[in-house]
Design a protein around this ligand. Structure first.
Ligand code: TXA
Ligand code: MG
Length: 313
């Protein structure tokens, strides 16, 4: 047994009770762990920003047990949002819609819109259903660090800063949800993620890709996803003493730790935990094979390129 200041929970109903009392509880979703708080409670929402050390201009996503509950948190539900939820919820999609009065403004960092997501992970669904309230949940990590994809990562960043951690199966997807702004005339991808552009275009052929519109999610302007080690995106492994490598190609001997993944899905699932593992053994350099720019590879490439940019600062 490890000793923690944050309570380790196994019962979603107990976790839901804490959330209803205004407490902070982390829980697994199919993308990454979320750090949950009652989205209708200003003090609870304020504590989320403090626990993470998150800039106050970066809005939180509201998590719901079912897509039909969007009516309770949105001022209006644009057609594009309904179609996306119908196609991909529960799952790794977040729709940005006009914010309704039940959601405290701090959730949206003062914006008139709110991000809404219905996670697919059975433990997330159970806690949301038992809580019966909209739950604001950013990724469960200290701001700027890689998102938590294991309970150990969540504790490493947040032990003692949050009230509870609900255990569950490890996130399947491993990178965050795709964020689509549905509040304007043309839906636009603000953050790439677990649902690919190809999948989105099947539902909304006119959707704008990430970058086609000049703005992005506020969160994508902040340094993000960065381990302590320097990250370099490489086209092929180039073994170096003392360095770590993750990618699909098998490297020659030389790296101290390697993670050779069979496919892009496994790459996404392991990336953040690999960053943290490299940091924990004191590696100073991480080489990441450049993912192809299609399917989940687009979101994965965004994460590794941004980790590289963060190490160049
Ligand atoms: O997969 C996920 O989305 C995970 C799990 C826990 O659900 N959550 C997550 O939350 O990644 P967070 O807070 O780490 O990232 C939320 C992203 C940020 O880039 C934020 O700027 C954007 O969503 N966002 C949230 N509300 C927004 C809004 N109203 N307008 C524009 N962007 C918004
Ligand atoms: Mg985050």
């Amino acid at each position: 047994m490890i000793s923690t200041r944050t309570r380790i929970l196994t019962d979603p109903v107990e976790a839901a009770g804490l959330l209803r009392e205004g407490k902070l509880v982390a829980f697994p979703t199919e993308t990454v762990y979320g750090l949950g708080a009652d989205a209708t409670n200003p003090l609870a929402v304020e504590r989320v920003y403090r626990a993470k050390g998150r800039p106050g201009d970066n809005p939180l996503i509201v998590h719901l047990a079912g897509a039909e509950q969007i009516e309770e948190v949105a001022a209006e539900v644009p057609e594009a949002a309904s179609w996306l939820l119908e196609a991909f919820a529960p799952g790794p999609i977040t729709v940005i819609v006009p914010r309704g009065p039940s959601i405290v403004p701090a959730v949206s960092a003062g914006l008139e819109t709110v991000g809404v997501r219905v996670p697919a992970h059975p433990v997330a669904r159970a806690v949301l259903k038992a809580a019966g309230i909209p739950v604001a949940a950013p990724s469960a990590n200290r701001s700027g660090r890689p998102s938590g994809t294991t309970w150990q990562a969540v504790l490493a960043d947040l032990d003692g800063r949050i009230d509870g951690l609900l255990m569950g199966e490890r996130p399947e997807v491993g990178i965050e949800s795709t964020v689509v702004d549905c509040s304007g005339p043309v839906p636009a991808v603000l953050r790439t993620g677990g649902i690919s552009l190809e999948q989105l275009r099947d539902v909304l052929p006119g959707i704008m890709a990430r970058g086609e519109r000049l703005d992005a999610s506020p969160g994508t302007r902040h340094p993000h996803y960065a381990p302590t080690a320097r990250v370099t995106v490489v086209d092929a492994p180039r073994p170096r003493d003392g360095a770590a490598y993750i990618g699909l190609q098998q490297p020659e001997p030389g790296y101290v730790i390697t993670e050779v993944v069979p496919d892009l899905e496994s790459y996404a699932r392991t990336l953040y935990a690999f960053f943290r593992k490299a940091d924990s053994v004191g590696v100073k350099q991480i080489d990441c094979e450049r993912p192809p720019a299609s399917g989940i590879g687009v979101a994965l490439r965004d994460r590794v390129v941004r980790a590289e940019a963060a190490s160049d600062r």
